[in-house]
Design a protein around this ligand. Structure first.
Ligand SMILES: NC(=O)c1ccc[n+]([C@@H]2O[C@H](COP(=O)([O-])OP(=O)(O)OC[C@H]3O[C@@H](n4cnc5c(N)ncnc54)[C@H](O)[C@@H]3O)[C@@H](O)[C@H]2O)c1
Length: 331
């Protein structure tokens, strides 16, 4: 069985798959592949190891309907046309859990960095403008003991809540599709409706999936309902906030600052006004980019590939219906 890997991965992960008799071909570049090139490369493959998780739409699924599996190296799958994959009988897997801690760390890093204007201060030093501020100019704010609001308290949100409570004694409020009893019992987290999440959070961190319901959930209206002293953090997906509205909210002082690991579009354009603001910290979608986590993600993906090779169900399947006897579109 032939596996095509869309971006460079560690040699040991390739060797691990080869041990099972899989024939692995790897794109040599570290750049994300364009869809046409990916379709071409997949013509000779049975399984796509979609590293860096390029967007895969209905056209891709139709062109590559011979694939026996697509393994993603991300937990989010909003960029994959799952209905089409299911229609053509292609199982798709993701990499949940193993990246929760490192992504929560990234949210925490952005929370602290934004609250102290750390990226801006570092940029000033690089420009030769070393200045430690007096009583008025470019001061930060403290997050100790303040209220952290979490939108989407799933795996990553819970990790962040634990850290914020342990390290900074933050009070946790959250809004989620359902109550998270673990967080309520462990952390005294309080479930609130969306309006209260906006009005009560000192730091509001987004950890929901991107869905039609969550797209642009944070927009002009929501930013207006937030505290003027609040910090908005998004490490989930750039389209969950409306970026022009976020820029306005920061310019108008409707919120105090923002920390983003995800933007809309990605990559962020270099002339984006957010990059000039002292109260904004932006990272290039590196939530899970640690040696340990990337290795763990590659291993999870490799195990899903081996499951396909053995004719077993993928352990981290996201379109379970693909294994149903009668699946959507194939009645
Ligand atoms: N920045 C990065 O590199 C990076 C890394 C990993 C994950 N992510 C993103 O983080 C997201 C969360 O990952 P996770 O593993 O915690 O997922 P998860 O499924 O465990 O948690 C998502 C939570 O969002 C909630 N949710 C969904 N729709 C909602 C809505 N309309 N209102 C309120 N809550 C809603 C769900 O109930 C769930 O509890 C992923 O979907 C992915 O997009 C980003």
């Amino acid at each position: 069985m032939k596996v095509f890997v869309s971006r460079r991965i560690p040699g040991e992960v390739i060797r691990f798959m080869e041990q099972y008799g899989l024939e692995v071909t790897c794109n040599d570049s570290d750049e994300r592949m364009q869809q046409n090139d990916l379709i071409e490369a997949c013509k000779k493959a049975d399984i796509l190891f979609n590293v860096g998780s390029a967007d895969l739409d209905a056209r891709f699924m139709e062109s590559c309907q011979h694939l026996k599996g697509i393994v993603l190296t991300s937990v989010g799958y909003d960029h994959i046309d799952l209905n089409s994959a299911t229609y053509y009988g292609i199982p798709v897997s993701n990499t949940p859990d193993v990246l929760s801690k490192s992504t929560a760390d990234t949210a925490f890093l952005l929370m602290l960095a934004t609250s102290r204007k750390a990226f801006y201060q570092a940029r000033q030093i690089e420009k030769g403008a070393w200045k430690n501020n007096g009583f008025l100019d470019e001061l930060g704010i403290e997050i100790n003991g303040k209220t952290l609001g979490i939108y989407g308290l799933g795996r990553i949100g819970l990790e962040l809540a634990k850290m914020a409570k342990d390290a900074f004694g933050m009070k946790i409020i959250y809004n989620n599709r359902s109550r998270n009893m673990e967080a309520e019992q462990l952390l005294n987290a309080r479930y609130v409706d969306f309006g209260e999440l906006l009005s009560q959070s000192d730091v509001l961190s987004v950890h929901s999936n991107l869905t039609p319901e969550t797209q642009y959930r944070f927009n002009r209206d929501s930013f207006r309902k937030m505290k003027k002293t609040s910090i908005f953090i998004n490490t989930a997906r750039g389209k969950i906030h409306h970026e022009p509205d976020l820029i306005n909210a920061l310019k108008e002082g409707e919120i105090w600052g923002a920390g983003l690991d995800v933007t809309d579009p990605e990559p962020m354009l270099p002339d984006n006004p957010l990059l000039q603001m002292s109260n904004v910290c932006v990272l290039p979608h590196i939530g899970s980019a640690t040696i340990e986590t990337r290795m763990a993600m590659a291993n999870v993906a490799a195990h899903n590939i081996i499951a396909v090779f053995r004719g077993e169900k993928m352990p981290q399947i996201v379109n379970k219906e693909v294994y149903d006897e009668v699946r959507p579109g194939k009645i």
